[in-house]
Design a binder for this molecule. Structure first.
Ligand SMILES: [Zn+2]
Length: 508
């Protein structure tokens, strides 16, 4: 709803603004200027109607009463023609001319523009129809401006694939439901449970799964028409949506506050961003193109292995965490080190992981190593050698470049976080692979220098070691490596989100 501007504020605006256009705009509080109005056809598939319509810069407004007559629901109009109350499937929706919102119980849904009175009755924006008839009955509304026609179609029920994962870290249980395509649904919070009702769509196949017991989410039941989360007494739930692939995410935690019965969470379609946190993870498969990286005795190339592992990590991360995953390359192309960093920064990454495989003179070196950037120009020759091996000698001397750019390295602000992240990765890898000895190291790695987020480089084994080369060819072993990295990201994310706002440079 656009609140009318008090006269005093209007005067202040007149005094403080010298641009007449801005003042004029403030006086148009009743709605946007009408560009065009007339009669339009409604194509309902089985029948046709004629209604009044208007258009503004924000799109069409259509006469609502004849549409309600065709689509169903009971409409009550207040004595002044203002308040409209539509009852549909035991829910009531309130809207009216001059209001750019529709309310249903405690839920308030903002609209693209205000409804208007019209000569023959209220005219409403299409998103009002989407919110009432689209989300509840599966109708789709399309306006054809050239033909002055409103196309109304009922989408047939679709069978959707869905799988889910539950992660519990530091007092927060995150449940991620991943759908094969964007579902139509409604989320309702009830005492000690959350209900996801599918609207018009159905869940395909046997989606029932047993999950480890959790002290916040006591159970998840999946039926063809929806999902129910059973929550512990006193648990609070927040939900939000991530796209590509489409995921509906629930964070369940205790904060002493209990949701009121029937209290809505964020309605579908309205994206809620997490206030802080790790949202985008950039995976950087090392090498590519003519630059094969290390090559094992059997001909196994580092560039292929690093990409294979990156793809597994991406899949696991998207399944388990509400995060977006970006790859710096997803094919066999050559990507410069500068471009990798630029891609990470452009995508507003919150974590950067460069994936490599080691090689050493001789065949005995084994194990995994995690690096973060060293700003120490007198880094040991050992680190220098490791750096040169990692970035490829044709990319130039990393130490030379480091000295040139030392004062404004993007990575320098994130070194403490990068160290923490590197330690978590190394812990998880050591535990998963039962390896000791090698650990977290610092080196002037050029690929990490320009990255404006916590960043590490992981050497996931030695291709020069025939035993490790054999293991790395096993998809099960690669899954173990990927799983350990995902666990490290999960722990880092939990730690980062536990920090008070403003102290974590990694997540502005
Ligand atoms: Zn490498």
């Amino acid at each position: 709803m656009i609140a009318a501007l008090p006269r005093a504020v209007g005067l202040l605006l007149l005094v403080s603004l010298t641009t007449p256009g801005l003042v004029a705009a403030r006086e148009e509080e009743e709605g946007l200027p009408i560009l065009e109005s007339g009669t339009a056809a409604v194509d309902l598939g089985t029948q046709r109607l004629t209604i009044r319509y208007s258009t503004t810069i924000a799109g069409p407004l259509v006469e609502v009463q004849p549409l309600i007559g065709a689509l169903g629901g009971e409409l009550e109009i207040g004595p002044l023609g203002e308040a409209h109350e539509l009852t549909l499937n035991e829910r009531t929706f309130a809207f009216g001319p001059g209001s750019d919102a529709v309310t249903s119980g405690p839920e308030i849904i903002d609209l693209s523009q205000a409804a208007i009175a019209g000569q023959t009755g209220a005219q409403v924006p299409l998103d009002l129809l989407d919110n009432i008839y689209g989300h509840n009955l599966g109708y789709e509304f399309t306006w054809n401006q050239a033909a002055r026609m409103l196309l109304v179609r009922h989408q047939p029920a679709r069978e959707l694939g869905m799988h889910f994962n539950l992660v519990h870290v530091q007092g927060v249980t995150t449940v991620v439901f991943q759908f094969s395509t964007r579902p139509r649904y409604r989320v309702t919070t009830e005492p000690r449970s959350v209900l996801v009702e599918l609207i018009g769509d159905r869940l395909a196949g046997n989606t029932a799964r047993s999950l480890p017991t959790d002290d916040l989410v006591l159970g998840i039941s999946v039926a063809t028409n929806g999902i129910r989360l059973q929550l512990a007494d006193g648990a609070t739930v927040e939900n939000y949506v991530l796209d590509d692939p489409y995921r509906l995410v629930f964070d369940v935690f205790r904060d002493g506050r209990q949701p009121a019965p029937g209290e809505p969470t964020a309605p579908p379609g309205r994206r809620r961003e997490r206030p802080t946190g790790i949202r985008t993870i950039v995976l950087d498969p090392g090498h590519g193109g003519a630059d094969t990286g290390a090559v094992g005795r059997s001909g196994l190339e580092e560039k292929r292995l690093s990409l294979q592992i990156a793809r597994v990590i991406k899949r696991l991360l998207e399944e388990r965490l509400p995060v977006r995953v970006v790859l710096t390359r997803d094919g066999d192309g050559e990507v410069t080190l500068e471009r990798r960093a630029a891609l990470a920064n452009q995508n507003k990454g919150d974590l950067f992981i460069s994936l490599h495989l080691n090689s050493a003179v001789g065949s005995s070196a084994r194990g995994v190593e995690t690096y973060f950037l060293s700003l120490d120009a007198t880094a040991t020759s050992q680190a220098h050698a490791a750096a040169a091996a990692s970035v490829g000698s044709q990319e130039g001397d990393p130490l030379f470049d480091l000295q040139l750019e030392l004062w404004d390295l993007a990575q320098s602000r994130h070194l403490a976080d990068s160290r923490t992240f590197a330690q978590l990765i190394q812990e998880e890898l050591n535990e998963a692979l039962e390896l000791g000895g090698r650990g977290v190291r610092q080196a002037p790695l050029r690929v990490l220098m320009g990255v404006a987020m916590p960043a590490v480089l992981v050497e996931l084994g030695f291709l020069s070691n025939p035993n490790e080369e054999v293991k790395l060819q096993d998809p099960e072993y690669r899954l173990q490596l990927a799983d350990a990295l995902v666990k490290a990201v999960t722990r880092y994310r939990a730690q980062a989100q536990g920090l008070p706002e403003g102290t974590d440079e990694a997540t502005p």
